[in-house]
Structure formats: structure tokens, C-alpha cells
Design a protein around this ligand. Structure first.
Ligand code: COI
Length: 354
């Protein structure tokens, strides 16, 4: 891609790199020195800027705050063995960002703004991409409605920003998850497939309740009958059942995960049979009891591949196999990481070298 965007660059007076402890990187708390921003005004994107990372002054009347027009994405940049930086499947994240935008009545972001904004930011904050094993630079694109207007309608103006934060895996251990059968994350015809703020907001109370019971995460089920497994909110879900990789099919209530898509592509290439279909709670619970469900994991950009160790359902706890013994998910996680970190051939062209 040729650089066509006129980006104004204001550099931070000092870098925070020297005071950042890279051995202590909680997810999403430490931001790099700069951010990229753009504004949608008068029907077009303008004001392309790299700025020192920091507050963006705004009116308390903006519609994002009142009516929830806000969307985001999650991607990662990796340090390759030769020191270069690679972003994994940025095109797919842009595609999903724009699907979210359409559903939320927001403007889409043209590819050159997203990609050139990101490339410029990453080149400037290049030293922030960690080199430790399993670490990466998490990239958070976000767009929110900025009309200071309390009438209910789609905003005319928006802010787009790219934030970057060095991080390790979102989850550090195998998860104890609860199958949620009271609250719901998404309904048919709603916005479940969009990465919009409200989907996360509505999950917070049920999640906090589950945490009080000792769970790390929820497994959401369908709104109609709580009969089918959908996703985990922070990640998609995959199971190994009778040796096959089985994952809930993408529907209007389930986010079309980029990591999920990558995993099923790699699994098929390795000869693992993959089924994308409805997965009932009954099938999983009975499958754990009779040994047919041998592995379960969450997959997402932040979560990467995180084993599920225990599943709680209606007051009972079901124990899965020792994560160290899980050949399918451990094998796929290694193949995936080797591609992302440039340790094996990227035959799909998923790595975008900056
Ligand atoms: C991601 O995996 O990038 C996500 O957006 C999940 C996040 C809410 C932790």
C-alpha cells in the first residue's frame, strides 16, 4: 500500500518506556507513548493525527455516552525473530470493525486510514512491541459517537482512535467457567455479532455474580431457551468431541472471531475434522461425564488459546482433562503461535510486516 494519508505527528516529550516494567504487564493498563486519532465530520474522515497517548477532551453530552454508539476491535502485533514487527490478520479485524459500524449506524473506516494510521503508529512506538515469549502489543481500535446532542438518532460526528498496549496473555491459567442460564448476552436480531460496548456492559453484572461464586468467566447460552452454547463474551469457544473440533456456528448472537477462524482453518489443514454447528449444553455436560468431550478452550485475540479446566452448570462442577495432556488444542495453539511469531511459514499471508 502506498502512503497517501496526510498524518500530522506530535511526539511525546519523553518516552515512558524507561519506566515501564515489561515483566509486569497487566492486560490493557500500560499504554504506549502515542495514539492515532481521526475525526468523522461533514460526511468524511479528516484530522489524521499521531498524538502523545492521553485524555481526549469531550462533552459529557456525546451520544456514545448516552446511547452507546461505540465499537472496538482487538488485534496484536508480534516481534519476529529478526526484530521486525508483524500484525496478525489486520484486514479481517478491519472487516469486522466495519460490520460492527454498519450495524451501529456508524461510518465505516476506509482501509487506508486504518492501515496507514496503524503502520505509522507502530513505527513510532516500535520499541514497545515486547520480545518475551507469549507477549505482544495489543492494538485496540475504537470508534465512538461525538455529537453533543441528547436527541435519539445516529450521531453525525465520530472519533476513531488506535491505542496500543504491550501485554501477555489475558488469562494466565485454565479457566473455571459457568454456563449461564439466567442472563443473556445477545438475542436474535440484536447486536451480538457486533463488537459494540453495550454487549460487554450487559455482561458485567452476571459476570460479577459468577465471580462471587469463584468462576473466571461465563459461557453464554441462547436467549430463547438457554439450551445452546454461544460464546464466552471475551472469546469464542471450541470443544474436542469424539476427536473432532466442534465450535458453535456463527449466528447473529455470536462474534465471528478471527482467532476462531484461524484455528479452524489450521485444524482442517492438519487433518482434524471440524464441525461448526449448534452445540447444546446437554451435549457438553453429558460428553464430559461419558468421556466424549476431551478438551475445551476459549479462543480470542486477547485470550489466545486458553484451556477450560472446569465447567459449572446448575450448581454442579464438571472437571475436564489435565490441560497438559490435551493434544488437539495444544497442537493448534503451537501452530498458531509459530505463525504469529514468525517461527514457521505463513502460507496464508496472515502476517502483515510493518
Ligand atoms: C479481544 O480478544 O481482543 C477482545 O476484544 C476481548 C476483550 C474484551 C478482552
Amino acid at each position: 500500500m502506498t502512503d497517501t494519508l496526510d498524518i500530522s505527528i506530535t511526539r511525546a516529550e519523553e518516552t515512558r518506556l524507561t519506566v515501564t516494567d515489561f515483566s509486569l504487564l497487566p492486560f490493557g493498563k500500560v499504554f504506549t507513548d502515542h495514539m492515532f486519532t481521526a475525526d468523522f465530520e461533514d460526511g468524511e474522515w479528516k484530522n489524521f493525527q499521531i498524538l502523545p497517548y492521553g485524555p481526549i477532551p469531550t462533552s459529557p453530552a456525546i451520544s456514545a455516552l448516552h446511547y452507546g454508539q461505540a465499537i472496538f476491535e482487538g488485534m496484536k502485533a508480534y516481534r519476529l525473530p529478526d526484530g521486525r514487527i508483524s500484525v496478525f490478520r489486520a484486514d479481517k479485524n478491519l472487516d469486522r470493525f466495519n460490520k460492527s459500524a454498519v450495524r451501529m449506524a456508524m461510518p465505516t473506516i476506509p482501509e487506508e486510514i486504518f492501515m496507514q494510521g496503524l503502520a505509522t503508529l507502530l513505527k513510532i512506538d516500535e520499541k514497545w512491541v515486547p520480545a518475551q515469549e507469549n507477549y505482544s502489543l495489543y492494538i485496540r481500535p475504537v470508534m465512538y459517537a461525538t455529537d453533543p446532542y441528547l436527541g435519539v438518532r445516529a450521531s453525525d460526528t465520530y472519533k476513531f482512535a488506535l491505542l496500543t498496549t504491550p501485554t501477555g496473555p489475558y488469562y494466565s491459567n485454565a479457566l473455571k467457567v459457568k454456563i449461564e442460564d439466567q442472563y443473556t448476552r445477545a438475542d436474535d436480531g440484536g447486536v451480538g455479532y457486533a463488537k459494540t460496548a453495550g454487549n460487554y456492559a450487559r455482561s458485567l453484572y452476571p459476570f460479577a455474580e459468577a465471580q462471587k461464586e469463584g468462576f473466571d468467566q461465563l459461557i453464554w447460552t441462547d436467549a430463547a431457551a438457554h439450551e445452546y452454547i454461544e460464546e464466552a463474551g471475551t472469546a469464542n469457544l471450541l470443544f474436542v468431541i469424539d476427536g473432532k473440533l466442534v465450535t458453535p456456528s456463527i449466528r447473529s448472537t455470536v462474534l465471528d472471531g478471527v482467532t476462531r477462524d484461524t484455528i479452524i482453518t489450521l485444524a482442517r489443514e492438519q487433518g482434524v475434522e471440524v464441525e461448526e454447528r449448534r452445540v447444546s449444553v446437554k451435549e457438553i455436560i453429558e460428553g464430559i461425564q461419558n468421556g466424549r468431550v476431551t478438551e475445551a478452550f476459549a479462543a480470542g485475540t486477547a485470550a489466545t488459546v486458553t484451556h477450560i479446566g472446569q465447567i459449572g452448570y446448575r450448581g454442579e462442577l464438571y472437571q475436564l482433562s489435565d490441560p497438559a495432556t490435551r493434544s488437539v488444542s495444544n497442537g493448534i495453539a503451537k501452530t498458531l503461535n509459530d505463525i504469529r511469531y514468525g517461527l514457521s511459514e505463513d502460507s496464508h499471508g496472515w502476517n502483515w510486516i510493518i
